[in-house]
Design a protein around this ligand. Structure first.
Ligand SMILES: *[C@@H]1O[C@H](CO)[C@@H](O)[C@H](O)[C@H]1NC(C)=O
Ligand SMILES: *[C@@H]1O[C@H](CO)[C@@H](O)[C@H](O)[C@H]1NC(C)=O
Ligand SMILES: *[C@@H]1O[C@H](CO)[C@@H](O)[C@H](O)[C@H]1NC(C)=O
Length: 333
């Protein structure tokens, strides 16, 4: 029970601030061009998803031009010139992880012009923390081979499920987010928008993906380039964004039967491009792609010329509450 005086002061406080409180997301980090190299670390690790890939370090990525930064561009690609020794390492590629972690009350906007496309590819823009999957995984952009639509997915542990009915424009594929069931497919939502993935996304100049995390939900939006309804704050990468004006997200993961606070820690952003492996490899034979995944990746370097990300920028926002006129402003100062 609040005491009588604190109840009074809460009421007074509320009445004083209600017309003058400003709640918004303000920009905490902006990654443009070479800021991807200072704000992210290269992870030359072996692929936990068994891909036909060889993740290189920052020095190798720079010398092979697998990553490239200019004033307004950051490119991350795979090698597209070498035929691989079947007994040797996989195709050279890059996996980078943000140095900072971002938790609840965060918005991220990804302005992408191009994403890796084609047979054998498995690109992802996602967030995660260790230990996995206890601390959660949020896949924002992900797909394999010639997949038509983007898929956003949460991975967690037992006891995290999504309701069948929720306020989203996408198509729910599975509702159990437990990584230990359904072959770790997680709880995924597909965007029924042909411009959301692969070559149609690229031919249209890409677009914007955005994610909002609060204690109560994780929401993901997508707007194709030249869309009439892209919010101007998203389009411009403004210093402040108002997610209330963004409309219904394509993916909405509420905390109704999954405690977002307990299961999703502060996360690093990861951008990776692998080949074949547990997903792209397993569905390759039904993807209208030639030969087998590993043979194709080994022997057709030129097929990977379009296996690259081109980021215009990533902007990250934190939630701020400003009391604009909590105290009356004295008139004679
Ligand atoms: C690449 O990204 C996907 C994101 O869903 C992840 O499952 C996979 O483990 C990643 N692979 C590597 C090697 O980072
Ligand atoms: C490196 O890649 C960028 C982006 O694709 C390209 O513009 C540039 O010409 C390449 N540099 C070299 C030396 O190949
Ligand atoms: C969902 O989040 C809200 C806001 O933090 C909280 O009040 C509520 O208890 C949460 N519900 C569940 C089931 O965790």
């Amino acid at each position: 029970m609040p005491s009588f005086t604190s109840a009074i002061s809460v009421a007074l406080f509320a009445s004083l601030i209600s017309p003058a409180v400003s709640v918004s997301y303000s920009q905490s980090d902006s990654y443009v061009g070479s800021q991807f190299n200072s704000g992210f670390s290269y992870q030359a690790i072996s692929d936990p998803t068994n891909g036909r890939v060889n993740y290189v370090d920052g020095a190798a990525a720079a010398s092979q031009n697998l990553t490239y930064a200019s004033d307004d561009t950051f490119i991350l690609r795979a090698d597209y010139t070498n035929v691989l020794d079947p007994a040797g390492a996989g195709r050279d590629s890059v996996r980078i992880q943000s140095n900072k972690q971002y938790g609840s009350n965060t918005v991220m906007v990804f302005n992408m012009r191009h994403m890796p496309q084609g047979c054998g590819t498995w690109p992802a823009v996602w967030t995660v923390a260790v230990p996995w999957p206890t601390m959660g995984e949020i896949d924002i952009v992900e797909g394999v081979n010639n997949q038509a639509f983007n898929q956003a997915t949460l991975h967690s542990s037992e006891g995290c499920t999504m309701p069948d009915s929720r306020d989203e424009t996408g198509i729910s594929l599975t509702t159990d987010c437990n990584a230990a069931v359904n072959g770790n497919s997680g709880c995924g939502v597909q965007i029924p928008d042909t411009l959301s993935y692969g070559s149609p996304f690229n031919n249209n100049g890409g677009g914007w993906y955005a994610v909002e995390r609060t204690d109560a939900f994780i929401k993901i939006w997508f707007w194709p380039r030249n869309s009439n309804n892209v919010p101007t704050d998203v389009q411009n990468g403004d210093l402040n964004v108002n997610t209330d004006a963004w409309g219904t997200p394509f993916a909405n993961f509420p905390n109704t039967s999954c405690s977002i606070t307990d299961r999703f820690a502060a996360h690093n952003i990861i951008i990776n491009l692998t080949f074949c492996g547990d997903w792209a490899g397993n569905v390759y034979s039904t993807s209208n792609c030639p030969s087998s995944c590993i043979d194709f990746v080994n022997n057709n370097p030129a097929a990977f010329a379009d296996a690259y990300f081109d980021f215009a920028w990533i902007k990250v926002y934190g939630y701020t509450v400003s009391l604009l006129s909590f105290m009356p402003i004295p008139e004679n100062v």
